[in-house]
Design a protein around this ligand. Sequence first.
Ligand code: HEC
Ligand code: HEC
Length: 204
Amino acid sequence: MSKRPLSLLLAIAASVATPAAAQTEVSLPKHVQAIVTERCALCHGLEGESASAVYPRLAAQHPDYLQKQLKDFRDGRRKSDTMSEMAKDLKDDEIALLARYFASKPAGARQPGDADLAAVGKYIFHKGNSLSGVAPCASCHGPKGYGTAQLPRLAGQHPSYVETQLKEFTKRERTNDNAIMHTIASKLTELEIRAVSVYIGALQ
Ligand code: HEC
Ligand code: HEC
């Protein structure tokens, strides 16, 4: 095979693998850049890659979703001691820019986990659990977990964060939830939660 078709193929594969949200470069005014560097980056990384699994990845997340969550933290609708403190003095226009900035960054590398667990997770993600009435995650978050403008991206998210959120949705501790995820998460067993989180972390 000549070099050309291969590189063409790779270029196509790369463009398919990158969700639309992660393409345009966003340049920030100095004071917003300083918020990123001096605040957000400490936990989420300069490009939202969140090297530590304790903090959710923001890179390639949808801007509208990031914007809503930041406002919810700021205004106390989504309870989190850490994030309420981080967002409390942010103005609407700063939040909009921060959301666009992190959304424009490339998704972090996938995180392969235990293959047997991931296989169970794959089943739940794509087929749900008809015995307990769990809808397939893919039906809303998309077959690759990329989400939509209204729905968060899950692909590549840290499994421990996904697991925590699912448990918080179950207990209604994710206080800004819109009831949909409460209904779904509360029907998942602990094993299913762990399995689907591992599968999500490995998606890219
Ligand atoms: C001290 C660590 C820390 C800093 C600094 C920090 N965050 Fe967070 N962030 C967190 C934690 C922890 C969570 C998870 C909150 C939870 O679920 O209760 C989070 C969650 C988020 C979420 C929700 C993600 C999702 O998928 O729902 C967004 C958006 C976010 N942070 C943006 C920011 C921005 C923007 C900044 C800078 C202004 C920032 N964070 C600074 C720790 C931090
Ligand atoms: C009927 C549509 C629907 C289905 C099916 C669905 N979700 Fe969701 N999911 C949502 C919506 C809407 C949100 C945003 C919730 C919010 O902000 O309150 C969400 C949010 C989430 C979040 C939080 C993301 C973040 O960054 O904090 C996780 C994790 C999640 N869903 C996992 C799952 C899993 C796992 C499944 C399958 C077992 C699933 N979802 C099935 C609609 C759905």
